[in-house]
Design a protein. Structure first.
Length: 244
């Protein structure tokens, strides 16, 4: 079993390539995950509402209410497990649990230290805006899809979606032909997803740690004294242990 774990960061993903993997199960995972998609769609509105309430609280107190933090991080944790099982990674055949909590024995774990102590008032907004280049990079990808739609119509858009889908689900092809998962692609996907998780956590005020601009910089080790303080301090919160 190949293991890939991030160095310490306030937002961390641990992932294990959970082999052996079925050659054909990936073809029906979209159907098996329908209950998860329904549940996560229902959770989307309370997730946004909890994020908005937490923002108001932090504006005046600098604190993210712990119950709201547990809920919002739980939703992100659930989404990540579903993505890891399905076409986001196809790196495990173990069905994801219906849970907002941590599942330590599942092949992937998402950790977010906190709840964080954030700056108040306009300093909170200034801290959020520090990651504007990262937000713009994510938006740029969405704009490319929109541009292709405008210039080429539905057929060009669907072609681009098909190409992107092929790139991200190519492990399925390797599983069919060889029964093995391409480890190099696994490492690349996890690098990208660690970066995306950090950007999302910063966007929703779950951390004030600035995400790196380049995905390959995500997960690098912080100085030891910061690592030790964050992993052993009284504000450990959810996922406060260092990445293994």
């Amino acid at each position: 079993m190949a293991t890939l774990a991030a160095e310490y960061r306030p937002v961390r993903i641990e992932a294990e390539l959970d082999e052996p993997l079925s050659r054909w199960l990936w073809a029906v995972k979209w159907l098996l995950l329908v209950p998860h998609h329904i549940a996560l769609t229902v959770l989307a509105v309370p997730f946004l509402a909890a994020s908005a309430l937490a923002f108001v609280s932090m504006l005046f107190t600098g604190r993210y209410p712990r119950p709201l933090f547990r809920f919002t991080t739980g939703v992100l944790r659930w989404v990540w497990r579903v993505s890891f099982y399905s076409y986001g990674a196809l790196a495990t055949d173990r069905y994801p649990p219906f849970s907002l909590g941590e599942v330590p024995d599942y092949p992937t774990r998402l950790y977010i230290d906190g709840p964080p102590r954030m700056p108040r008032g306009w300093r909170l907004v200034a801290s959020w805006l520090r990651a504007l280049p990262e937000y713009l990079l994510v938006v740029l990808v969405a704009l490319v899809f929109r541009l292709v739609w405008s210039l080429g119509g539905l057929s060009a858009f669907l072609l681009m979606v098909a190409v992107v889908t092929l790139v991200f689900t190519s492990p399925a092809g390797m599983l069919v032909w060889t029964g093995r998962y391409p480890r190099r692609q696994f490492r690349g996907l996890m690098t990208l997803y660690r970066w995306l998780a950090h950007v999302l956590a910063h966007f929703f005020f779950l951390t004030d740690a600035l995400p790196p601009l380049r995905p390959e910089k995500s997960g690098r080790r912080l100085p030891f004294h910061r690592h030790h303080r964050a992993s052993t301090g009284p504000r450990g919160g959810l996922g406060s242990s260092a990445a293994r």
